[in-house]
Structure formats: structure tokens, C-alpha cells
Design a protein around this ligand. Sequence first.
Ligand code: GUN
Length: 281
Amino acid sequence: MTLLLNGFELAGQCRASLAEKIKTLPRAPKLAVVLVGSDPASAVYVKNKEKAAGEVGIESAVYRFETITQTELLSLIARLNADNEIDGILVQLPLPDGINEKEILQAIDPAKDVDGFHPLNLGKLMIGEPAPIACTPKGCLKLIHQAKQDLSGLNAVVIGRSVIVGKPMAQLLLKENCTVTMAHSKTQNLPELCRSADILVAAVGKPKTVKADWIKKGAIVIDVGINRLENGKLCGDVDFENCFDKCSAITPVPRGVGPMTIAMLLENTAEAFCRHTGIDF
Ligand code: GUN
């Protein structure tokens, strides 16, 4: 029997318990979201984040710009860093060409970095210090734990080496005592490598890349991909229908990792509020 890792349901539970805790706070946590450019997918993600925040009692302020210069964006971030009413800051990625993304991410106060993309926070993750953890990998780990609590000694393969998903995901799995391999576009014999995985995390960005014969029987498979097919339907990086029976647990797309990313953003914002105000809950 394969366990369907229902991220929609788990995210709903995380959000409900967060909403209960937020009710007890003296003021609402506040998240600043910065969206630059006209990428339609980013606009949808930001709308979803704004709506989800409101539903758990987090206030959000969205700063939308069709275009902005590097200097103007840096000065907005400096203002948000200094603003005592703002607990968390998120700059939606990707930023348009002409903006130096790394410089922008480094300008965010690490204590307000709800994405966990600041180098200081990524470094803390690497050395095992508490730090905000990137939302998608954090959500993926919660989903993996739905299938299995103790991951010690398992072989994990992460396909994709982005700062948003692959790199922090590998660190989190390492912290769980997995033997972790990071695969990417230059990896040789990817199907063979994937067949060694007890845990397989696919963050490739190409529909149905992971085939049934890449899966070790009983593997836990986490699909980070959100791809739109020509027929308008969403699908993941894993060939879900054909892989399903071989896995012990697998996430669907949609309703898998996506809702968890948003739930973890809300958690990270509440944690940023606690860091900022010294109020614990
Ligand atoms: N773009 C795609 N995923 C993310 C994310 O988790 N955070 C931000 N800021 N941008 C993204």
C-alpha cells in the first residue's frame, strides 16, 4: 500500500494550529512581501501567500513594482529592516534581469529573513545552529516525516541544487542522519543513482522527469515540481501515475509540497515575530 502524502491536509493542520497560537498574541505578526516585475506565476504565488497570511491572523504588506532599480530596492529593504512594525521580509524570486538577486537577499536583516535565504542563515543551517529554514525544504521534511519518523542511515537523493530547494533540503536530510547525494543537470546516470534512494526529492523543473524504473521499491518520493502542461493541467517532476505503486509514500501535484511551502512561510513569520518581540508562544 502506498501512502499518499497529502500536503493540502497537513498544511491545513499546520495553519489551524498556528492560527490558534496567533490569537493569543498581543498584536498580529506582520510580513512584508516584495514583488518586482510581471511574472504571472510569481503574482499568483504572492496573492496566495497574502491570502493565507490573512487567514491565520498574520498581517501582510505587499510592495509591488513593475520595475525598480537596484538602489531603490536596497533602500526599500533598509526601510523594512528598520521598521519596528515589520517582523518578516520576503522578496519573491526570481527577480527580473538587471537586479542583483544575491545583493538583495544579503541586504535583508537575517532575523527578518522568513525565507532562510540569507547567507548567514544558510551558514547556520550548515553548522547546525537554529535559523530560519527555507519554506519548501522545511515543508518537504514534514511530509517525509509523515511517512517515517527516523530517517537515520537512509540514502537520500536530492535532484536539483538551487538555494531555494536543493541545497537546504540536502542539509536538512543530512541533519536527519541520511546519506545524502545531490544530483543536478551534469550528474551522470541519474536513473541509476535514483534507484539507490530510500528518499527521493525531485526539484528538476521538468514535467514527469522521474520515471517508474528510477524508483527503488518502497522509496519515499517528494515531488517539488509544479509544471503546467499544454492542456492547462498541473503536473510534477515525477511521473506520478506510473511511480505510485513502487513507492511507500509519494506526494501528489497539486496538493503536495505547494501548500506546505505556504504553511511553512506562515510558521517562519510567526517565529520571526517571536525573535523580534521576545514574545514566545
Ligand atoms: N520563488 C519560488 N519559491 C520561492 C520561495 O520559497 N520564496 C521566495 N521568496 N521566492 C520564491
